[in-house]
Ligand binder design. Structure first.
Ligand code: NAP
Ligand code: HSE
Length: 435
């Protein structure tokens, strides 16, 4: 078969962009043998033309003028690997509107502006693909859209941020939060502003995308209730260890009676659970559906080459399916309402700091019992002149627990309002859903 030369543009030539160019160059023969196409990066947009690049592109490839890519008719496919919502979003709209296919690694953009981007792509008859925006090397979007098209996926549970998983794993091994974060940045795992990682915003955007594709109903970043790992206290890590659990940042998306519920929380995960074994910058996604019961995908969730592998796979898919096809359409074709706040159910963990005097525990237990919340496990440690109570409940309605914790915070013996964390203790996603 005669080889077809495909000229590719990149928006961005940082950790991911440079890795895309390197893989396309070093593996050009393999790609050509597999696809009959030779992909070449001919232009790459950057801010600073003089910056040192570990993997230097050919002369004349770097540009600081977006028009060099937008107006080049020889470029059919562009990879957006620059990040940020603007100007990346405006550029992608211009490219799609101008008839170029786009693949993006940018979860914030896809999760915030997906509807507009997909309708522009559809109107122009071009494709927008976004595999690399979720879990880097793990082909979860392709699996959901193609392999699981008839399985009615109703639950997605996962560790979808490599940086925080790396941080939590390193902290369990005794490294400080600051040192572990610096390490994650040096390895190219973290976002340009790592606040997105540690605050849960990165994981929330990925869960919004996964939920949209899994349930075919648009979930924007604003619909995701998320919390990050900044408030995880060494006391929580120590209590988790004592309870034979680990703490992980877990995303959960569920369809409950026609309502959608998507959230991201640090969670206590039983050491026997598959997610507890996901270490370092690895990610894992568990998919549960009618026909499949459960499928777990696990692999590298961050890093330049890891993400570039998904970017290139999307480019190859674009080339292989140019013209019409359902896979270039927006995955969201219906509108499901969100689950009412507080209706999600889970077992929970919370830590209470109380005065160590008779009746303190009884008063806490009374507030829980009044709302039918049952205690499954309890640990007590001396903590200075008071006591730290570590409580794990049986499955409870999050709204009821919130009411109980508000009341508990008002008790004279209690020193602060605890923040509950969900507990994941069984294989599978059956028990999930939390506040
Ligand atoms: P990065 O190393 O910071 O690279 C960003 C690139 O975009 C740089 O080359 C930068 O130019 C260019 N750029 C940024 N803003 C620009 C602007 N306004 N005009 C022109 N060029 C601009 O970021 P990255 O780690 O490669 O991540 C890129 C995207 O991939 C992000 O959306 C990220 O969320 C996503 N992603 C990253 C990973 C990962 O592990 N790193 C994994 C999955 C997805 P200069 O080089 O001149 O600064
Ligand atoms: N900063 C992201 C992470 C990169 O750590 O997971 C992959 O999207």
């Amino acid at each position: 078969v005669a080889s077809v030369d495909v000229q590719v543009g990149l928006l961005g030539y940082g950790t991911v962009g440079a890795a895309v160019n390197r893989l396309l160059t070093e593996q050009a023969d393999d790609i050509e043998r597999a696809t009959g196409h030779r992909l070449r990066v001919v232009k790459a947009l950057v801010r600073d033309l003089d910056k040192h690049r570990d993997y230097r592109p050919a002369d004349g490839v770097l540009t600081s003028d977006f028009a060099d890519i937008r107006d080049d008719p020889s470029i059919a496919v562009v990879a957006e690997v620059m990040g940020g919502v603007e100007p990346a979003g405006g550029y992608v709209l211009e490219l799609l509107g101008g008839g170029k296919h786009v693949v993006s690694a940018n979860k914030q953009l896809v999760a915030r502006r997906g509807a507009q981007l997909f309708s522009t792509a559809s109107a122009a008859g071009v494709q927008l693909r976004f595999e690399a925006s979720v879990c880097a090397a793990i082909p979860v979007i392709k699996v959901l859209r193609e392999a699981l098209v008839v399985t009615n996926v109703h639950r997605v549970l996962g560790i979808v941020n490599g940086t925080t998983n790396f941080l939590l794993t390193e902290m369990e091994a005794g490294q400080s939060y600051d040192d572990a974060l610096a390490d994650a940045q040096a390895r190219g795992y973290a976002e340009a502003d790592p606040t997105d990682d540690v605050s849960g915003a990165d994981a929330a955007a990925k869960m919004a995308i996964l939920a949209t594709v899994a349930f075919n109903s648009r979930v924007d970043l604003a619909d995701v209730d998320y919390r990050g790992i900044q408030e995880i206290d060494p006391l929580d890590l120590a209590a988790a260890r004592e309870l034979d659990m680990v703490i992980r940042l877990v995303g959960a998306a569920r369809l409950v009676d026609g309502h959608v519920d998507v959230r991201v929380r640090p969670a206590l995960v039983d050491k026997q659970h598959p997610l507890a074994k996901v270490d370092g910058a690895f990610n894992a996604v568990m998919l549960q559906g009618d026909a499949i019961r459960e499928i777990t995908l696990e692999g590298p969730g961050a890093g330049g080459v890891e993400t570039a592998s998904a970017v290139i796979a999307d480019m190859v898919s674009v080339i292989g399916t140019m013209g019409t096809g359902f896979l270039q359409n927006d995955a969201a074709w219906r509108e499901l309402p969100p689950l009412p706040a507080g209706d999600n159910r889970s077992p929970f963990y919370f830590r209470l700091s109380v005065e160590d005097r008779p009746g303190a525990l009884a008063r806490v237990a009374e507030e829980l019992a009044e709302r039918s919340i049952s205690v499954a496990r309890l640990l007590q440690h001396q903590n200075g002149d008071g006591a730290a109570l570590h409580v794990i409940t049986h499955e409870a309605r999050a709204g009821a627990l919130d009411e109980a914790l508000d009341a508990i915070a008002g008790l004279p013996d209690v020193r602060h309002r605890p923040q509950p964390l969900p507990v994941i203790s069984e294989r599978g996603v059956v028990e999930l859903g939390w506040a």
